[in-house]
Design a protein. Sequence first.
Length: 191
Amino acid sequence: MNADDTKIEPTLDGAPGPADVRPPEEREATAAANEADLAASLAELETLRAKNAELSEQFLRAQADMQNTRRRAEDEMAKARKFAIESFAESLLPVTDSLEAGLAIQDATPEQIREGAEATLRQLKQALERNKVLEINPAAGTKFDPHQHQAISMVPAPGQEANTVVTVLQKGYLIADRVLRPALVTVAAPQ
């Protein structure tokens, strides 16, 4: 065989390449091994496809669960906002009833009116306290707290330390440790 008689067979990509000069048994063994590798690769590919489908389904379920949870939370928040004042309103109803009953009496004496007003005020304060609305009413001599008090003026107060409360002009209120309205106070001036 001369150099020109060399048999050229196409390669896998279709380009001509050198002929396989291995013995037929070796070529068959290689082909069988390639087929086994191909079968194993196909089995692995099917396994990966099944796993991918399973993970995709799990992802979609998790996403749907998350959307449902978000929607439920939004619904609960909307209901909480809508009915948050319900408890407070219920505790104010007896106060309303007392005021209406007092106004219904045509010939009440000033003492009766005062007693009724005091009883109604007690009811109102109890309703506020049940709903965590607490008074800010600092005693004279209490250190001025800018977070809970609003100074209206500074006045000379002999015998009292500077920057302390002299008088309360209007009570303040807290709601759950948050200032609803600061107490209006006069403060002792430095001497």
